[in-house]
Design a protein around this ligand. Sequence first.
Ligand code: ZN
Ligand code: ZN
Length: 282
Amino acid sequence: MTRGLAQRIVVVAFAVALLLAPLATVAPTTATETGGFHWARKSSQFTLQVGSNLDGPWPAILKQVVADWNKGETVTFRIVGGGTGPQECRPVTGRVETCNWPYGTQVGWLGLTRLYFNDRGDHIQSATVQMNDSFFATNSQYNNDAARRHTMCHEMGHSAGEDHKSTSSCMNDSQFAVFNYLHPINKDFNELARTYNHKDSTSTVAGKQKKDKKDKKKKKSGKKGKKRSNRDRRQSRAESEGFFSPTSLPAVPSGLTGSETMTVESTEDGRKVVSLITWAEK
Ligand SMILES: [Zn+2]
Ligand SMILES: [Zn+2]
């Protein structure tokens, strides 16, 4: 069998599996294939809203991570009030939602980024970033600020479309990196600049962008004391709506030896969802 034919068969089998198996993990693929995932927007520099559904040490970690990533000029993360419950961590169109919760240790993931694509499947339309407190908030090697900082930095990079690196960036996916590579580096910013160098005719990014920055006075929402109760309220709402549970997904692909994989799934309405998983060491 020629190599080309073999590849085509794999592609066809993959497409069929996508059609037949909604919400099932279709195929683990290598994370190097994440290259090219990006949000649609009409300018090369843009602002991406980050909903915070966080508590405990996480809001401070997110703030630091966002400040790190915002040293690059392409993507500017802006933290806003959360739009989902932390356990369900549902996507909100045009935004990144960040969540922490004790999601459990059975599946074994430490951090999880999901990229939800638009109808055409060519641009990210929303993203969720989840931190698993079943590891971070327990008596495990991950209960420290280095691991928290790395993982948040790593998953936030994925949410912008960033790929893995073999550099000293937080986008490095080795176990060593989890405790030692806590920040993005210039190479990451250069890659983001390349990824977003083209301009799209449409936008999948929510909120006002630089071009129309007319109304500067936005109400600062949310007092500290209120946040907690909002988070809880959103959580109970999400539970009653019965969105698919991240705790049941993704399944562990068999024979995994690396610390991370990428899976491609589809939602009930046929949209592509890419999950990027950082695994805890067994
Ligand atoms: Zn594009
Ligand atoms: Zn990753």
